[in-house]
Write a protein that binds this ligand. Structure first.
Ligand code: ADP
Ligand code: MG
Length: 364
């Protein structure tokens, strides 16, 4: 176990500022997911932590010990930090157990560490297989086992589940999470997949343009995003124009409770964020509802997403769970009701940080 602390780290490649100022603390034994779009600097950050890149500025500490700064750096092999790359990391000519035992000293080999860590990732009985006789998911399990085998205090995972299909990914996430827990490793998982970050991590650190924009428990980042861009990146967002008066705001969906995103949110015109699961359906013209027309329906089996349009033209989205209900069809009128609290943002954010639009309704 070890606390990992990254302070003011910068890294440029020529004129590309890959990390512009990264501050991040990963508590001992915690799993932090760094969530951001492709190209925002996630892999660069991991390479700096592992010691494969030199820092332009800032420091990295493990348990209070400085392992990297622009002036002094501990070589990668002495950092005791393991990295699980995206894919294809196994030695093709070595059996599973030898892949896993590769970095182990004699006493760990004797003690059967490789077999123990294979158990941990659900590969009991696969010791003697060759990598090309394994599925993609099994190969990734071996890669995780190999990283965990020497009991590194810190484990870095660079989008390790990307190449796998959705069902396999969910299962592997859970097994890897348990293996990391059993071993007590401090872990940083980078991903562009918000479901992966929210479901696996103790804390989610949202990254954009080489900076950590917000970090906190998954619930906090989802419910109280720091800015509209984060709101749209971590989940589906419904944006409504509104007029705020204290802790309430008038919106096209009626008056709702609001919490301001920061002190800069004015009284008067604002825009508010709702999540689609905060909007529920009722028969049209039920008391306390607003009429809307369904313009698109995405049925997922366990739930459904509806894109709707209010009579004034405002687009909204609702996620419906009711297992007994038949989701309304395109063109149907429904009544909408808002639950819980909305988050209020200033009416005009910086255009670079504009939210992605509400799940789009086709133009009619
Ligand atoms: P991510 O992993 O989030 O997709 P990366 O850390 O790989 O992002 O890249 C961040 C930025 O740095 C990108 O603009 C990328 O093109 C650039 N970059 C990454 N590695 C190099 C490199 N070795 N040389 C030049 N530019 C690089
Ligand atoms: Mg990357």
């Amino acid at each position: 176990m070890a606390e990992l602390r990254i302070v003011g780290v910068r890294k440029a490649y020529g004129r590309v500022q890959a990390l512009s100022r990264v501050d991040l603390t990963v508590p001992s034994g915690a799993l932090v997911a760094v969530l951001g779009p492709s190209g925002c600097g996630k892999s660069t950050l991991l390479r700096c932590i592992a010691g494969f890149e030199a820092l332009d500025a800032g420091e990295i500490h493990v348990d209070g010990r400085r392992i990297a700064s622009p002036y002094a750096t501990t070589p990668p092999e002495r950092r005791r930090i393991a990295m699980v790359p995206q894919e294809g990391a196994l030695f093709p000519h070595l059996a599973v157990v030898d892949n896993v035992a590769y970095g182990l000293d004699r006493s760990a080999r004797k003690a059967g560490r490789a077999a123990a860590v294979l158990d941990l990732v659900g590969l009991t009985g696969f010791q003697d297989r060759m990598p090309h006789h394994l599925s993609g998911g099994q190969q990734q399990r071996v890669a995780v086992a190999r990283a965990l085998a020497p009991r590194p205090p810190v484990v870095l995972l660079d989008e390790p589940f990307n190449a796998l299909d959705a069902a396999l990914r969910a299962e592997l996430r859970w097994d890897v999470w348990q293996a990391l827990r059993t071993d007590g490793a401090t872990a940083v998982l980078v991903t562009h997949d918000q479901a992966e970050a929210l479901s696996m991590a103790d804390e989610v650190a949202v990254m954009r343009d080489g900076k950590i924009i917000q970090s906190g428990p998954p619930e906090l980042v989802y419910r109280c995003p720091a800015d509209p861009w984060v709101a749209g990146f971590v989940g589906e967002a419904v944006w409504l124009p509104a007029v705020r008066d204290g802790d309430r705001a008038r919106t096209p969906l009626g008056t709702v409770w609001v919490t301001p995103a920061d002190e800069g949110v004015p009284t008067g015109p604002v825009r508010v964020l709702l999540r689609p699961e905060q909007i529920t359906l009722a028969p049209p013209s039920s008391p306390g509802t607003v009429v809307a027309t369904v313009v698109r329906r995405d049925f997922y089996g366990h739930d459904a997403m509806l894109a709707l349009r209010l009579n004034d033209g405002t687009p909204v989205a609702a996620r419906i769970f009711d297992p007994a209900a038949v989701p309304p069809a395109v063109g149907d009128e429904v009544g909408l009701r808002v639950h819980g609290t909305a988050r209020a943002f200033p009416p005009n954010e910086h255009p670079d940080h504009a939210p992605p639009s509400t799940p789009s309704a086709p133009d009619t």
